[in-house]
Design a protein around this ligand. Sequence first.
Ligand SMILES: Nc1ncnc2c1ncn2[C@@H]1O[C@H](COP(=O)(O)OP(=O)(O)OP(=O)(O)O)[C@@H](O)[C@H]1O
Ligand SMILES: [Mg+2]
Length: 257
Amino acid sequence: MLTVTDLNKTYSSRRGDFAAVDGMSFDVAEGELFSIVGPSGAGKTTLLRCIAGLDTPTSGTVTFDGVTVDGPPREFAVVFQDDARSLLPWVTVRTNVELPLVKDGSTAAEREVRVTRALEEVGLADAAHKKPSQLSGGMQQRVAIARAIAYRPKVLIMDEPFASVDAQTRADLEDLLLRVRAETGTTIVFVTHDVDESIYLSDRVAVVTRSPSRVAEIVDVPLPQPRDQIATKSLPEFAALRAQVFARIRDMVRDAA
Ligand SMILES: Nc1ncnc2c1ncn2[C@@H]1O[C@H](COP(=O)(O)OP(=O)(O)OP(=O)(O)O)[C@@H](O)[C@H]1O
Ligand SMILES: [Mg+2]
């Protein structure tokens, strides 16, 4: 459904060229939860921006349903690490979540149901009438997540979306993501630094190298669904996958040294 082919992204400045992403290729299947783990500065955000049509690759292509992505597709929603900044400060939480839905032809009654549900899912039903500035950073991030979920995208692209919330909320949001995927079949591309999180959530995990970044290995995660924070993470298979990903990362660090 989503195909990345030989994607390169080089940033040019007066000091010269810097290759952030170098020849990355992979496919993401419809309904798949595909995550990307790699060291800081590896080019993960650069890659996601190219996939989302927010940035243009220097060479290579991204296609969605066979069509080249050359701008943000209507079917995509993106959540960045610090997405609180993307909320409109002068309207309520509810309006922030509702605004992207206005353009898709839904009725006010349908939007009401979708927005209420999404805010409940992220635990912010009581904050609907507040302004973003009246919420904590982690709560604002959850508004951005609710906005993406309420939109019901075909493809949800997330860049470290849970980094600013506490451990219990993070676990709840991971399970929310798995529930949304199970209920709607949304295709999800998820960047994280957290190896356990990537394995817990994913069907496959791509381990990427430092810049200029490439795919070092794509690890299949055949753990049973539905997943459970305690039962899944206690499986010997979970520990084996975790060891496999950590070993790959350690090899990369050694190679770089
Ligand atoms: N607009 C830009 N101009 C020049 N260089 C950039 C630009 N954006 C990113 N870079 C460089 O490209 C490299 C990859 O950055 P990117 O933000 O994609 O990494 P990342 O893997 O998302 O890192 P992190 O895990 O810390 O978020 C970095 O060395 C960064 O300095
Ligand atoms: Mg990043």
